[in-house]
Ligand binder design. Structure first.
Ligand code: ZN
Length: 465
């Protein structure tokens, strides 16, 4: 797949005009303009509009752009969402604000932390780094919504100055965005304008997605595809390693274990005397750690008709370090895949547990989510918290996750690996052989949003989040 790395040879020129006076912004100190993979040279002089939380959603009746004209301007939003949303929907909405801004006609997006000095990561640091993204032959990129030319972060001081001459100050609108507030502040036009001159350096390269196909045996259903996938990339080499220090991010459990699971499931599929009814695609994704890029590219440029992909099993970071007795099935509650997982688990004495860390919103943070966004019911199994799993997860996430220590010196429980592979195989096989394709449950938020016209299964109210 085609990638592009964008960075700045010379720092971009950013000038904010406040009350008729120019204020030069220093890239990396006052502001951090994100490099662009879609526009080589950018010259803009634009107005800005505060848009509250910057949310638009029919189900929850968020319409922060109502009455505001952001066309050709920069939308300025507070980070966060109103209180009381299910965590997966919260994470989905919080991660979709740039798209919502672009859909409202904005050409730029700035997010200001909801509380002074807060935010998941420093927007200055994040926005200024080189940007790696996929760019296809028609110039579309993965993480850049069409039409959104400018994405930037601002220092706390400059963020506050954007509100000079406005009906309310930044501190005042922040007071409406308390943790327990059910809605955010209303938006309004801002007085300053921002002039930007920026030229990018681009480096293009490719990275392989590795795809296998097992054709189904049923004359009608073979045209449909079930996907089993895991990401084959990890973090590469540690840039700031000391001499003698292990600098290789091996990624044994994240995610060689997932790819090995996929290969073993593929071997099992191929070893059966009768092939599954539906076709099965095996995909080893690249670029997951860079923002689910390989999965996103494939979901946008599938090698089979997009509509023929009917269900998906994602294999990412199984902790194969203990004899797990339960799993958590991210995504299962949204579709009939939940019943398939429960049945496959029961056949092996493995129970399905509720999400032990809903605040992490794992459902929106791995490759399968890029297919969910194209309307495909999907699931990711996490080895569970029972039978000592909780302590192992906590210590692993604290000391090994995304470090060079995720290597083969860990005590891999190979029997657990075999059971994890068999379980995922049975889930994929049930999807591939069932008379009907996996279906979103009636009224499910993600189904209604991403596959509004698709078939539905009756929802069991007890399982609806
Ligand atoms: Zn991973």
């Amino acid at each position: 797949m085609p990638f592009r790395r964008a960075s700045f040879d010379t720092p971009p020129k950013l000038t904010l005009t406040i009350g008729g006076k120019p204020v030069i912004l220093e890239q990396g100190k006052d502001a951090a303009l994100r490099p662009s993979v879609t526009e080589k040279v950018r010259r803009h002089n634009v107005g800005l509009v505060f848009v509250g939380y910057g949310l638009k959603d029919a189900r929850y009746r968020f319409d922060d752009y109502r009455g505001l004209d952001v066309r050709g301007k920069i939308a300025v939003a507070l980070s966060g969402t109103p209180d009381g949303l299910p965590t997966e929907i919260d994470a989905h909405l919080a991660g979709s604000k740039d798209r919502m801004a672009a859909e409202a006609g904005a050409i730029g997006f700035i997010e200001i932390p909801r509380k002074a000095g807060s935010g998941r990561s420093d927007p200055m640091r994040r926005a200024g780094r080189p940007l790696i993204d996929w760019v296809d032959s028609s110039g579309h990129a993965g993480s850049v919504p069409a039409g959104l030319a400018l994405q930037l972060g601002l220092s706390e001081e400059i963020a506050a100055r954007l509100f000079e001459g406005a009906p309310r100050s930044l501190a005042s609108v922040r007071s409406d965005a308390r943790d327990d507030a059910k809605s955010g502040p209303r938006g309004f036009a801002l007085r300053p304008t921002l002039a930007i001159e920026a030229e990018n350096k681009w480096e293009d390269f490719t990275s392989p997605e590795v795809i296998g196909l097992l054709r189904g045996s049923d004359p009608a259903l073979a045209a449909e595809h079930v996907v089993l996938m895991g990401h084959l990339d990890h973090l590469g080499m540690k840039a700031d390693a000391k001499p003698g220090e292990d600098a290789i991010y091996n990624g044994a459990l994240d995610n060689a274990a997932g790819v090995a699971t996929m290969l073993e499931a593929a071997r099992l599929f191929a070893a059966q005397p009768v092939r599954p009814k539906r076709s099965v695609l095996f995909i080893a994704n690249t670029g997951e750690e860079r923002g689910l890029l390989g999965a996103d590219y494939y979901a946008n440029h599938p090698t089979v008709p997009a509509q023929s992909i009917v269900g998906l099993v994602d294999l990412d970071m199984p902790l194969l370090l203990y004899p797990f007795t339960d799993v958590t099935a991210f995504g299962a509650d949204h579709s009939t895949v939940g019943a398939i997982v429960a049945q496959a688990g029961a056949s092996m004495g493995i129970s399905v547990s509720p999400d032990p860390m809903p605040q992490e919103a794992i459902f929106t943070r791995s490759d399968h989510y890029m297919f969910v966004r194209r309307g495909v019911p999907a699931v990711l199994l996490m080895t569970g918290h029972a039978n000592g799993g909780k302590e192992i997860w906590n210590s692993w996430l604290g000391t090994i996750y995304h470090s060079p220590k995720d290597d083969l010196t860990q005590k891999i429980d190979w029997d657990a690996g075999a059971r994890y592979a068999l379980l995922n195989y049975r889930i994929a096989k049930a999807m591939a052989d069932a008379p009907v394709r996996p279906m979103w449950l009636q009224g499910d938020y993600f189904g209604d949003l991403f596959d509004p016209k698709g078939p539905r299964a009756p929802a069991n109210p007890a399982r609806q989040p």
